[in-house]
Each structure stands twice: as structure tokens, then as C-alpha cells.
Design a protein around this ligand. Structure first.
Ligand code: ADP
Length: 538
């Protein structure tokens, strides 16, 4: 067979040639843009030529500081198309971490979304490697800025070459993109994605048993393009010629519902918090969500109650998947096997709330104190992964040794595997609760709490206990209309029949909001600090 390197530019070239009329719909601060793949292709080539003019060399790193919008998509292909690397900076990190990751990745060029400029202005004096700042805006005139010179993306594109040829001599193992993942302590850790990894991962997203992305889809990644490449959807959707909807800056559940209705979105992806918000929106306003064939949910455990609300009440198919920054990200997808479809509804839901089956192409082990665990759905161990889209280390980081050993990525996720091979995450190592020498899964307790009709969100965290080492405490946000009407005792009584007595939380703390990380996950560390002195545990 021919030795042809797997290369990202072939994806865009295919969309240009075979699907030139199909659309990318992009929401920016000023309007909804509609561009065909022909236009996206030309604009991407213009951007690539401009970057070369600015002196970007193969292997150099170009950063984006942007929402999900069409210019960001152009950078997704233009930067790797010249052999450079796109660093998708998480816009929600602290100023200190933004400075660290841009300097650590030695970014030469920074592409900035209009409304995010103030954040960069505040840190610009500490960015030691960036030579060119480019503003992605719809406005003709650039705003006053302390950053000088500041280029206009559109003006640069106007001077670019729409026929620019992407490089064809790129080794498939060379880097194309990078994202940072937040560390429990210290600075974020960088993960570099190769052309090969992104190519194979995109192909995997097209498999019918994974996300089944195809030309027939209208794909709307809500997960940010700076969070593990929006889970790979922009690459795959472009490659397959699917219509794309990019929801843009500062979106709300209402904006998402509007886009789904107007653009007839078929597949969308995001963290559970997003889907809780959308659920509230569709419950209060009469919406036509009938175009949706799959709401993909990952990043944190999808509670059974959430899956049920979408599927049973609103007839919207829901799909639970698992992955991490280090895994490009898709690792498992929770779809029933054909013969499981005959099981009673409750059983099917419990299986679908698991993280699911390993996707084709990857290898896994779940390792406990005694070696590989039995596939009995009970024995717990750490999930280890290997495969062509699994990282083999962090970018220039001595913490690599903590997570990458013996050829495996040690995920830090504690899991069980059932007889059918379904992986269920019990907790992250750092969130497990150790009480009297035994482990308690915060995820199981949260799932059960969220099944109560009054509970909007729940997080269960460990609080230090002299007697037991740690005890679980539940932090609960009640739904509107239930505030002040549900007691601590009522919730504990609700859990009691489902768990061993020692698993039951020692206290329930009602709050208005659960603190979230930069990518919308519950920030358990902050929660622990917030409540540890406020509650009494056994
Ligand atoms: P961070 O480490 O910054 O949270 P990632 O987005 O890479 O960044 O998070 C990966 C982690 O998120 C996984 O290791 C796992 O603990 C958690 N996670 C991802 N998907 C799921 C899921 N479907 N269910 C439970 N946890 C999940």
C-alpha cells in the first residue's frame, strides 16, 4: 500500500471539492454569518498565506483565544496546513495561567476574539514570545487598544492568497494542535495533538457505533473549541461535509435553543451543565427540538435523571461519552448492545448512564491493588489507556512521569467494568471519599440525589473526620419553586433505601450555585474548602 501521511488539510480539501455549497453558520457578537465550505476554504487559504508572510514557520505555535466561530474554524485548518501548531487557549483560565500557557507553549501569534481583547490587554506585557496580535472582529475599524500593533483579521485576509497550497510534506506524527488541561495543583499541563491522532480520532467520530457524524448531520459543538478541540467535532464535520453551527460568544440556553430550532441541528455536544440549562429553557418555552438526533454529553458524569428527562419527557436522544484532554478526547461511548434493548427501562438507563464501551482503536486496562480487576461491575481500579489518539506525555513538563508509565496513560479515574465491558467511572482519584478505610463514590450519591424532583444540581465531597478519616457531605442546589421547601432530612431519607448506611452524607448544605471549573465542571476542591468549617461530621 502507499505510504501516505495522515494529514489534516485533506479534510478541508474534501469539503471544498465535494461539499462547496454546504454551510457553516457562525454566530458572532454582531450577527449570524453564513459561509459555504467554498468560502471557508478560500478564507482558510488566505489565512495560511498571511501567517507565512508574518514569518510563521513549520513547528511554530499560533495561539487562538476565541469562542466557537468561523474564524476559529479557519485557524483550525490554516495553522496545521502550513505545518504550524494551533494552541487553543482556554479563555476562562486565570490571568496567571493564561500567561503561563502562552509563554510555555512559546506562541508567536495570537488570534483574539473581539470581546476577549480586554483579557489579553491586561496580560500582554507578560507575554514574552508573542510577536503578532490579530483581532477577529466583524468591525471595519479596530477598537482603541493598548496592544500595538494590533492587526485586523479581515484586513489581513483581504491581502491573503485564496489559492494558497497547503503543505503536503508534513510528517503525520508532527504536531497540529495543542490544549492544556487543568492540574489539581500548579500550572496547567499541555497536550500536543499530532495530525495522525486528529485524523484517526475524526474518523472514529464517524463510526455508527460512536457519534455517527455524517454528511446528513447539522453539527453544533457547544463544548468550546479550546476544550480538547471541541471534542474533535469541527474536524470531523468539515471532513464529512456536515453543516456546522458554531454558537459563538457568551451564548445562553435561549440562544442554543434558538439555533437548534432555526438551523435544525441534529447533533450537539457539551458538558452536563449545558444540558441542564437547555432543559430548563425547553421546559419553560415551547420549543421544537425535533431535529435533534443526538445530544452528546461528556466531561462529567451524565446523571440518569438528565438522560431520562431528555429521552422520556422530551423525546430527545441523549448519548453519554467519556474522554479527557490527554485522549483527544473520545474514549468510551455508552450505547446499548442490541440484545440489551429488551431490558426494562430502568436497567437500560443505568447502563446508559455508565461511561460506556471502549471505542474501536483503543486499548484499556482497569487496575486495582491486586492487578487487573474482574469485569463484574464491582471491583474498582484505575483506568489505563493506550492508542493512536492517546498522548504519551505532557508538553515539556516533568509531571509527565506521574501519569504516563509503562506505555499506558494512567487516567486518575477510578472505574468498574461490568460483564458486558461497560466502563463506569466511580470517581476521580482525588474526589473519592475514604471513610473508615472504605471508598464511597461521590458520583453514585450525586446521581441518586439528582433523581429527586426538587434537586437541580448536587455535588458530594469529602469533609475531614477525626473518627472516619473522611465523611461525605452533599451540596445541593434546589430547582426554582422548591427553595426552602425541602429539608436535609427529606433528602437523606430519599437516599437511604438506595445505599448502605455508612454511605449516606452526614450533612446536606443548600446553596445557590455550585462553583465550576473553567470548562463547566463542578469544582470540588473549592467546594470542600467552602464547606469544611461549616458542617459537623461524625
Ligand atoms: P480537566 O482534567 O481539566 O477536568 P478534561 O476535560 O480533560 O479536563 O477532564 C477529563 C476528566 O473529566 C476525566 O479524567 C474524567 O474524570 C472526567 N470526565 C470526562 N467525561 C466524563 C464522563 N462522561 N463521566 C464522568 N467523568 C468524566
Amino acid at each position: 500500500m502507499m505510504k501516505v501521511p495522515l494529514n489534516l488539510s485533506t479534510m478541508l480539501e474534501r469539503a471544498e471539492k465535494l461539499f462547496p455549497k454546504k454551510e457553516v453558520v457562525s454566530r458572532t457578537l454582531t450577527k449570524i454569518h453564513r459561509l459555504t465550505y467554498k468560502e471557508i476554504g478560500e478564507r482558510t487559504r488566505r489565512l495560511a498565506s498571511v501567517l507565512v508572510e508574518l514569518g510563521v514557520q513549520p513547528g511554530d505555535k499560533v495561539a487562538s483565544f476565541a469562542w466557537n466561530q468561523h474564524r476559529h474554524l479557519e485557524a483550525y485548518f490554516a495553522v496545521p496546513g502550513i505545518g504550524a501548531v494551533l494552541h487553543m487557549v482556554n479563555i476562562r483560565l486565570s490571568a496567571e495561567h493564561i500567561i503561563y500557557i502562552i509563554n510555555h507553549a512559546e506562541n508567536k501569534v495570537l488570534l483574539i476574539d473581539e470581546d476577549l481583547l480586554p483579557i489579553i490587554e491586561k496580560v500582554k506585557d507578560q507575554l514574552t514570545t508573542v510577536k503578532h496580535f490579530i483581532l477577529m472582529t466583524d468591525q471595519e475599524e479596530l477598537p482603541e487598544s493598548s496592544i500595538q500593533p494590533l492587526y485586523s483579521y479581515e484586513k489581513l485576509l483581504a491581502s491573503g492568497d485564496p489559492t494558497f497550497a497547503f503543505r503536503k510534506d508534513i510528517d503525520e506524527y508532527s504536531p497540529a494542535g495543542m490544549c492544556f488541561t487543568s492540574a489539581t495543583t500548579g500550572n496547567p499541563k499541555g497536550v500536543v495533538y499530532t495530525h495522525r491522532a486528529l485524523f484517526l480520532h475524526s474518523m472514529c467520530l464517524g463510526l455508527v457505533d460512536t457519534l455517527a457524524l455524517s454528511e446528513t448531520d447539522v453539527s453544533m459543538p457547544v463544548v468550546p473549541m479550546f476544550h480538547v478541540n471541541a471534542w474533535g467535532m469541527p474536524y470531523a464535520a468539515t471532513w464529512f461535509g456536515a453543516k456546522q453551527v458554531l454558537p459563538g460568544p457568551q451564548f445562553t440556553p435561549k440562544i442554543l435553543a434558538d439555533l437548534i430550532e432555526q438551523e435544525k441541528v441534529t447533533v450537539t455536544a457539551g458538558v452536563p451543565t449545558i444540558w441542564l440549562g437547555l432543559l430548563q429553557e425547553i421546559e419553560k418555552s415551547n420549543r421544537d427540538m425535533s431535529s435533534l438526533r443526538s445530544v452528546v454529553c461528556g466531561g462529567s458524569a451524565a446523571p440518569v435523571s438528565l438522560i431520562k428527562a431528555y429521552e422520556e419527557k422530551h423525546k430527545i436522544p441523549f448519548l453519554h461519552a467519556y474522554g479527557m484532554t490527554e485522549t483527544t478526547p473520545v474514549v468510551t461511548v455508552s450505547r446499548l448492545k442490541t440484545y440489551q434493548n429488551d431490558l426494562p427501562l430502568e436497567e437500560r438507563m443505568l447502563i446508559r448512564a455508565k461511561q460506556g464501551l471502549l471505542v474501536p482503536g483503543l486499548e484499556m486496562r482497569v487496575v486495582g491493588d491486586q492487578g487487573d480487576v474482574a469485569w463484574d461491575g464491582k471491583e474498582m481500579g484505575e483506568l489505563l489507556l493506550k492508542g493512536p489518539w492517546i498522548a504519551d506525555g505532557y508538553y515539556k513538563d516533568e509531571r509527565t512521569a506521574e501519569n504516563f508509565r509503562d506505555g499506558w496513560l494512567h487516567t486518575g479515574d477510578i472505574a468498574t467494568v461490568d460483564e458486558e465491558g461497560f466502563v463506569k467511572l466511580v470517581d476521580r482519584t482525588k474526589d473519592l471519599i475514604k471513610s473508615g478505610g472504605e471508598w464511597i463514590s461521590s458520583v453514585d450519591l450525586e446521581n441518586a440525589l439528582m433523581a429527586h424532583e426538587a434537586v437541580f444540581e448536587a455535588a458530594v465531597v469529602a469533609v475531614p473526620s477525626e473518627k472516619w478519616d473522611e465523611r461525605p457531605v452533599a451540596c445541593v442546589v434546589l430547582k426554582e419553586g422548591f427553595k426552602g421547601k425541602v429539608s436535609e432530612k427529606e433528602l437523606i431519607d430519599f437516599l437511604a433505601p438506595k445505599f448502605a448506611k455508612w454511605w449516606l452524607p452526614d450533612a446536606v448544605v443548600f446553596m445557590d450555585e455550585i462553583p465550576k471549573t473553567s470548562v463547566g465542571k463542578m469544582l470540588k476542591r473549592a467546594l470542600r474548602d467552602q464547606i469544611r468549617d461549616k458542617v459537623k461530621v461524625g
